[in-house]
Design a protein around this ligand. Structure first.
Ligand SMILES: [Mn+2]
Length: 351
């Protein structure tokens, strides 16, 4: 599907879902602002169309301080996936993911009715459900905003704030993979949203664990040529992995940044690149080689590797070796970040 055609899609989606009195909206596990906002937008549209009950659900939890502030300040509600009886819903919609992905708690083979996503992996061309997967669009929030616009559904300020933040975060402040639709929605939402609330979301209070994780990140980072690897060891939310990847990727002269951490017998990893357009491909290769999975966009990728009786350090080292090879820096020395650029002391004079 190309990124420009929305005419008619809303009608086809409406036909695929209605009539229904209850709809379950499933996002990927450990949700980010884009999928949370897209789910809220679809829920709003379904309510506008007369659906009695539209429930958002996901596996895992919201970890990042900004995202927790978003959920709290915008009053989002969601049901933990474990507590949801999927059979009790008339329809199921998957948002910001595709069925069968490892980042989705929905059991493989569960019949779904619609899918909205913007990732490049496996658009479900022959899928037996309504799908709108547009890899050329920067955020699923954009896709949902276009549907709301096309359906002439009013967007309240709280939802506009969420959708704006979803687009903002998924496009890196409109700095990567931006389509004309992303810009159009950004402008539309800018006039509808609550800017003070957004400022409070973007500058949240943080708990001490954030700073302990930051400390581990700082002391663990190894630089090898133009690539850096941060290892967080055990994290209390996989969100820290993406968050620290973003932060440490601002290091001067780094082309690639890999961050990994352990959560519940899985090594979660995030990868970033500055000029290359292969982060998603790299994440897929890293995941596959170590017995897990990965994917993403041109500048941002992520994945998950089950430890399967291996020690966290064993998997971390396997990933690190493989990444050095994939990035062509295997022959370069590894240096701790904290030793980078430290002036060498002159050798003490012989006495
Ligand atoms: Mn997204």
């Amino acid at each position: 599907m190309d990124g420009t055609n929305f005419n008619g899609m809303v009608g086809i989606f409406k036909q695929a879902i209605l009539p229904a009195s209850s709809v379950l909206i499933v996002t990927h596990d450990f949700p980010d602002p884009d999928c949370l906002a897209a789910a809220a937008g679809l829920s709003h549209l379904l309510t506008f169309w007369g659906v009695d009950k539209a429930v958002t659900t996901y596996g895992g939890f919201v970890g990042r301080a900004e995202n927790r502030a978003m959920v709290r300040l915008l009053d989002f509600s969601a049901a933990p996936f474990l507590l949801v009886d999927i059979k009790s819903f008339d329809r199921i919609i998957v948002v910001d993911a595709v069925p069968g992905g490892t980042n989705l708690s929905l059991p493989e083979g569960t019949p779904v009715d619609a899918v909205f996503d913007h990732h490049t992996r496996f658009p479900p061309v022959d899928a037996p459900y309504f799908w709108d997967v547009r890899p050329d669009i920067g955020a699923t929030s954009t896709l949902v905003c276009m549907y709301l616009k096309e359906a002439r559904c009013p967007i309240p300020s709280r939802l506009a704030t969420a959708l704006f933040y979803g687009i903002k975060t998924d496009t890196g402040d409109m700095g990567r993979e931006v389509s004309p639709q992303d810009k159009e929605c950004y402008k539309l939402l800018f006039d509808l949203m609550d800017h003070q609330t957004l400022a409070r979301i973007e500058h949240p209070e943080r708990d001490p664990e954030f700073f302990r994780t930051l400390h581990r990140a700082l002391t663990s980072m190894i630089v090898c040529g133009n690539a850096g690897h941060v290892f967080l060891d055990e994290v209390n939310t996989p969100d820290f992995v993406a968050e620290m990847a973003d932060l440490f990727h601002s290091l001067k002269d780094m082309e690639w940044t890999l961050c990994s951490g352990i959560y519940k017998d899985n090594l979660f990893f995030s990868i970033r690149c500055k000029t290359a357009d292969e982060a998603g491909k790299m994440a897929a290769a890293i995941g596959k080689e170590a017995g897990g999975s990965g994917g993403g966009h041109s500048k941002v990728g992520a994945g998950r590797i089950p430890l399967k009786n291996r020690s966290p350090k064993e998997v971390r080292d396997q990933v690190r070796r493989n990444v050095r090879k994939l990035l062509g820096v295997a022959s370069q020395p590894e240096l701790p970040l904290l030793r980078l650029g430290v002036p060498q002391l002159p050798a003490s004079p012989k006495t």
